[in-house]
Design a binder for this molecule. Structure first.
Ligand SMILES: [Zn+2]
Length: 422
């Protein structure tokens, strides 16, 4: 059975309504684009220079690199004197790539130094005339992509198996963190997503960017998500469903990303160690490796950050007059009493302090002073879209929704299923 599901995955294709061809082909096209002979890079015609490409090595200094390449000392000094705000020569980082463009004549001296701050941003130091330093960005092109998948065991696996950027998994789990319990995904849950990929200079893949729209079917129930700018002056954007309701809730579904629930809230729990007597478990245990970050599930103020008995090292946060949450068995707390924390802030690390058989966080959810099961609570939603924006939102979302609905899941041919079932 395990093998069968694996195969379903590897044979998954994605087809859009309009063109009846797999998107995988399109991706292949982009990746295998005949590389044109790039003459221009970083705004320079590289044919005009002798090009030296390297990365900053341990012990390298900008001054030495330049002296080694025949730049006169006064020019080097000018960079640190006059262009510190643009290029702080003391802050070059080991491992970062750089280019030195040298003259092709007998002097063979460095004329331009290009430091790559990251795949998109770079700094140019031009020694040709009087010294000049400036920052620039690579030309970035965004290409829209569609993807879909059916869950076998986890979302990350479903996405990685298709060779899709890990960022897509991360973004999906953030978008749905309030609405879908990712620890209770069912085999057969499925998703569709429209996202963008970044390409530098049309050719170099630079990762997946934001998700524009998504569809997640969990237990047969549909969950749409559309990114929408709800306040253009403050540049606030959020994800809303097809009814214009905000996908966020006041609480995250869980305090740990990508872990598993090892023990649920259970008032009738019996434990062998205690002679099968009832020992209620008023928390939800999330197992994860030691050191995994534990997140505050909502904004609030830390009321306790201490170590006590069986709880070990723990943090308790008061969110409002009704709700508090508590996180036990930490290896280490990252907050102290009185701190204000925001939803998603790392407040500690998974550990094994206090009474525990293995690394996990025992998550306790208090409502009006009583411990309740957060997975059964109806938790309040965040702000919906303003009424004045609703029409604009629905107009915007209409075509995106059709596009999502058009993404298909292709089934395996029947004969393959038969052989595999044997
Ligand atoms: Zn527990």
């Amino acid at each position: 059975m395990q093998k069968y599901w694996g195969l379903v995955f590897s044979l998954l294709f994605i087809v859009s309504c309009k063109e009846d061809k797999p998107v995988t082909d399109e991706i292949a096209e982009v990746v295998t684009i005949e590389k044109p002979v790039i003459v221009k890079e970083f705004g320079f015609n590289l044919d005009d220079f002798e090009v030296l490409r390297d990365t900053v090595k341990n012990g390298d200094s900008f001054g030495e690199l330049m002296l080694r390449n025949s730049v006169e000392y006064p020019k080097i000094a000018r960079v640190s004197e006059h262009f510190r705000d643009t290029f702080d020569v003391r802050k070059i980082v080991v491992g970062k790539p750089y280019l030195i463009l040298k003259s092709k004549d007998t002097a063979n001296n460095a004329q331009v130094f290009i430091y790559q701050n990251d795949p998109i941003n770079y700094t140019v130091v031009d020694f040709r005339d009087s010294v000049l330093a400036y920052k620039k960005k690579q030309k970035v092109k965004y290409v829209e992509r569609e993807a879909s998948g059916i869950i076998e065991s986890s979302l990350s696996e479903a996405i990685l198996k298709q060779g899709i950027d890990y960022n897509v998994t991360n973004s999906l789990s953030e978008i749905y963190a309030w609405t879908i319990d990712f620890f209770r995904l069912q085999k057969g849950d499925r998703f569709k997503v429209i996202y963008k990929e970044k390409y530098i200079n049309d050719t170099i893949y630079a990762g997946a960017s934001g998700i524009e729209a998504a569809y997640f079917e969990h237990n047969g129930e549909p969950f749409y998500a559309f990114n929408f700018v709800s306040d253009s002056t403050k540049n606030i954007n959020d994800y809303y469903d097809d009814q214009a309701k905000n996908l966020r809730r006041t609480f995250l579904q869980s305090p740990v990303q990508f872990s598993r629930i090892s023990s649920r809230y259970n008032l009738n729990r019996r434990i062998a160690y205690y002679g099968y007597k009832v020992r209620p478990h008023k928390g939800t245990d999330y197992a994860a490796p030691i050191g995994t970050p534990i997140l505050a599930t909502a904004n609030g103020t830390v009321t306790e950050s201490t170590r006590r008995g069986g709880n070990g090292k723990y943090v308790k946060i008061q969110h409002n007059g009704t709700y508090s949450t508590q996180y036990l068995h930490m290896r280490k707390q990252h907050v102290k009493k009185g701190d204000f924390v925001k939803q998603g802030d790392v407040i500690g690390e998974i550990g094994m302090t206090g009474n525990t058989g293995g690394p996990h966080v025992c998550y306790r959810f208090w409502k009006n002073g009583q411990q309740v099961d957060p997975l059964k609570e109806k938790l309040p939603a965040a702000e919906p879209i303003a009424d004045s924006l609703k029409t604009a939102y629905l107009d915007f979302v209409g075509p995106k929704k059709s596009q999502l609905d058009c993404i298909e899941y292709i089934e395996l041919p029947e004969e393959d299923l038969l052989t595999l079932n044997e």
